[in-house]
Write a protein that binds this ligand. Structure first.
Ligand SMILES: [Zn+2]
Length: 297
């Protein structure tokens, strides 16, 4: 079985063909704006998938969005970075156009699928994935099944409120954690406080600055909050922020641990820091599609 995995971000469109063993057979990454040209988003997407998978025997496709999706995972509800995807019957139309099952999920769910396989995480129990990128992404799997919630919006960890913050967030609210501790907030901090330093070198050059220490502290609130609510079996942490030069991983781990409930889960916490890989969501999407097909047979 060959599956197509897709990851649509605010800037880039990533697509991959993955075989039964999880091996990436073909991969492409292009700016989103280069594939959308006709004004009909779903027609453009179908055309892109078709030409990418020409001469391949494709069983199914799964698409990941940095967005909230409806509970039955057939449409995107809100996507501040890709508003053109909102409220379209994505799965139904693409499935019709391509003649294969098409699934949709949040990109972080695919990242968690990938990481659970890579780090040999047992599906039994509660597994949390927390991904620090432009925002703070979160996926929760219970016995291997993603937690969706009543409306589809479970796991919005980036949007828990921070006391005293009035920072506007992409979701429309003010004071969300990701507006204070996500990549966008870090970029703002760099512009305003460290204009002489390139963002990738912020931690390398200013690790001891109180403003960066506070940023790290706010980042750790996300992980500690989820750990204290769920008492998870496994916690996987990843995202592009950790690729920054000199990111103080050990300090970050300490900041999380100092907020985790004692004596448990503190004394027995399975905290795994994962590598950031550009194909992560694409391969995870293909694995998700394979699993969905097998459960619906
Ligand atoms: Zn928000």
């Amino acid at each position: 079985m060959t599956m197509i995995g897709i990851d649509i971000g605010g800037t880039n469109f990533r697509i991959g063909a993955v075989d039964d063993n999880g091996t990436l057979l073909k991969f492409d990454k292009v700016p989103v704006k280069t594939i959308l040209h006709s004004g009909d988003v779903l027609a453009d997407l179908a055309e892109t998938i078709r030409s990418f998978s020409e001469n391949m025997e494709i069983e199914a496709a799964a698409i990941g969005f940095p967005a909230t999706l409806n509970a039955d995972r057939s449409a995107v509800i809100q996507a501040p970075n890709i508003p053109f995807m909102e409220n379209l019957p994505v799965c139904e139309i693409l499935s019709e156009k391509l003649g294969i099952p098409v699934y949709a999920e949040r990109d972080v769910t695919y990242a968690l699928c990938y990481d659970m396989a890579k780090y040999h995480v047992d599906e039994a129990g509660i597994t949390c994935g927390i991904y620090y990128g432009t925002g703070i992404g979160n996926a929760i799997a219970i016995n291997g099944i993603p937690l969706v919630g009543r409306h589809g919006t479970a796991g919005e960890l980036g949007h828990i409120p921070v006391a005293g913050s009035e920072e506007p967030c992409g979701c429309g609210n003010k004071g969300c954690l990701e507006a204070a501790a996500g990549g966008k907030a870090l970029a703002k901090l760099q512009r305003e406080q460290f204009p002489e330093t390139e963002i990738k070198d912020l931690f390398l050059r200013h690790a001891d600055d109180p403003k960066l220490a506070e940023f790290l502290n706010l980042m750790s609130l996300a992980a500690a909050t989820e750990i204290n609510i769920l008492d998870p079996d496994h916690v996987l942490i990843g995202g592009g922020v950790f690729n920054m030069n000199g990111f103080p991983m050990e300090t970050f781990r300490e900041k999380i641990m100092e907020k985790v409930r004692k004596p448990l889960p503190y004394n027995d916490l399975d905290l795994i820091f994962t590598e950031d890989e550009r194909e992560k969501c694409v391969i995870g999407a293909a694995a998700y599609a394979k699993k969905e097909m097998n459960t619906k047979k």
